[in-house]
Ligand binder design. Sequence first.
Ligand code: ADP
Ligand code: MG
Length: 238
Amino acid sequence: MGQITLNQVTKSFGEAQVIPPLDLEINEGEFVVFVGPSGCGKSTLLRLIAGLEDTTSGHISIDGKDATELPPAKRGLAMVFQSYALYPHMSVRKNIAFPMRMAGIDEATQKAKIEAAAKALNLTDYLDRKPGQLSGGQRQRVAIGRAIVREPAAFLFDEPLSNLDAALRVGMRLEIMELHEKLATTMIYVTHDQVEAMTMADKIVVLQAGVIEQVGSPLELYHTPRNKFVAGFIGSPK
Ligand code: ADP
Ligand code: MG
């Protein structure tokens, strides 16, 4: 579960091609980070995988099945939005339950899954609070909880920590990595922060103007950057 293949995928907005033909292989259980400067196409690429944008050409397959034409709900992936996407008038419990209610899952299953997610995210004591009564980090954990209960083949994160202050970011980074260890589910994580990329990733995808400059482990990119852009961006001395 969670193997994603992009084959000659392109994306244009009007005349502007923001993703030239791109191939990418994401393996089951991998923690993959898309990194690159603002405007390089990270969010677009993630949204193409999620199905929130249509490809202009090319194919996306998920776990061996062609997903290119599938709507987001049929792809089995969960996009984790920034915490401000929570419903402020609903309790944490109801926020986490929301996607299951929409999917018509029975109450007993909902309850069990909410409790398991709350346990995994250290939210057990906060289930009856409203988002406004939580810290930024706790709110972000609720947003992740809402994704966990769907048991997705992969989690897609788009700069999930950019609204948090620096100290909180470090803590949340560790929590997301811990969650990846626990769930062993594929995670694709978008950031423009080199430190986040280098500390979190199994595999880093370095993007510039929609082009993959290099794919590799943090150590590979550090020791053998393919070009000056990668070296400069990753902070390698080469
Ligand atoms: P990043 O997430 O790396 O900052 P984006 O994927 O958001 O970059 O954007 C990549 C490029 O595509 C940018 O030039 C941006 O202006 C353009 N773009 C993104 N979404 C749209 C859209 N809906 N319509 C037109 N241009 C877009
Ligand atoms: Mg973006």
